[in-house]
Design a protein around this ligand. Structure first.
Ligand SMILES: Nc1ncnc2c1ncn2[C@@H]1O[C@H](COP(=O)(O)OP(=O)(O)OP(=O)(O)O)[C@@H](O)[C@H]1O
Ligand SMILES: O=P(O)(O)O[C@@H]1[C@H](O)[C@H](O)[C@@H](OP(=O)(O)O)[C@H](OP(=O)(O)O)[C@H]1O
Length: 300
């Protein structure tokens, strides 16, 4: 193996079986520039220790089949990356959708930081007024800046995050057609319309996704990892292709935090500051209901 990174970390047998052929990098959401194509069917995501710790725990959890296999830390151009399976492997010109799960998209600790050391952000002010120039307060207008938590809360209420506990971030069809303009996709009807466009009204695909989501819900209800973590800002990645193959995986654990032992969450109760609830299962219930309704409408 040529890559010096391999010397640093042992490879898993699965990885050794993966193709050497360079994989295509397809990113339908998230931070631009944080990803690279890795060797042997992997992708590299800019290193985040919190995410690394989650993946290490997830590799030993019941949730393992629902997350990309994790292969350790590698270096490229003096940058550290978490290396994981590219979930698009084994799909033929796939369609991909990213759904951000949960009713809250920032950590409680971010709220504390915002109070103690407020750092209003101009870039977020710009993103806010680009969608709705009427939203900033007089003070925010004067500063031409907003706090990140304020921006994130506004994004939640604008989209289905606050009403359904998940939101569509973006999708790419197998034709390459890409849609990322979902900031105002809020009602169940709007979400259904977007989803229908993603699957191109193919109920076989919807059926496949429903099966994945129901299995995932069952496993989440028994997972030790899920019981002990606040899962915030994590996404479900939906992948299908023309052969009818489907898959749904959990990705993005950069803001998934271990809970102190005295706190338990059910992932369905409403969040109030201090209870650490993330609304993940509430969102998954609503997502499953939304897809089930698509199937019912077809049958009726
Ligand atoms: N293991 C993977 N296999 C295939 N594609 C992936 C994988 N991980 C991430 N992606 C792609 O990259 C996108 C962004 O991933 P991710 O959510 O981890 O990024 P992020 O920058 O942490 O996002 P956020 O802005 O929510 O913090 C996903 O929507 C998906 O298209
Ligand atoms: O989708 P948008 O409207 O572009 O907003 C971004 C989105 O909410 C990301 O989840 C968030 O990153 P984190 O999840 O990592 O907090 C990012 O914060 P950032 O700019 O501080 O990275 C926001 O700018």
């Amino acid at each position: 193996m040529q890559n010096s990174a391999w010397k640093k970390h042992k490879t898993s047998p699965l990885l050794l079986m993966a193709p050497k052929t360079p994989q295509q990098l397809m990113q339908v959401a998230g931070h631009a520039g944080d990803f690279r194509v890795g060797d042997y069917g992997t992708m590299l995501k800019k290193f985040c220790e919190r995410e690394q710790q989650c993946y290490l725990r997830l590799m030993k959890d019941a949730l393992r089949p629902f997350v990309p296999a994790y292969h350790g830390v590698v270096q490229q151009d003096e940058e550290d990356y978490n290396m994981m399976d590219n979930l698009l492997n084994n799909f033929s010109t796939p369609a991909v959708m990213d759904c951000k799960m949960g009713s809250r998209t920032y950590l409680e600790e971010e709220l504390l930081v915002a109070r103690e050391r407020p750092q209003p952000r101009h870039d977020m002010y710009e993103k806010m007024v680009a969608v709705d120039p009427e939203v900033p307060t007089a003070q925010e207008r004067a500063q031409q800046a907003v706090l990140k938590t304020r921006y994130m809360q506004w994004r939640e209420t604008l989209s289905s995050t606050s009403t359904l506990g998940f939101r569509i971030e973006g999708f790419q069809k197998s034709s390459g057609e890409c849609h990322t303009n979902f900031k105002r996709t809020k009602s169940r009807d709007q979400v259904t319309e977007a989803f229908d466009s993603f699957v191109e009204s193919n109920t076989h695909i919807v059926w496949g996704y429903l099966r994945w989501l129901k299995q995932l819900r069952q496993v989440l209800e028994t997972s030790d990892f899920f019981r002990a973590h606040e899962v915030v800002g994590s996404s479900l990645l939906f992948v299908h292709d023309w052969t009818g193959r489907t898959g749904v995986w959990m990705i993005d654990f950069a803001k998934t935090a271990a809970l102190p032992s005295h706190i338990t969450v059910d992932h369905r109760s409403p969040w109030v500051e201090g209870n650490r609830e993330d609304g993940y299962l509430w969102g998954l219930d609503n997502l499953i209901d939304t897809l089930a309704n698509i199937m019912e409408d077809v049958i009726d």
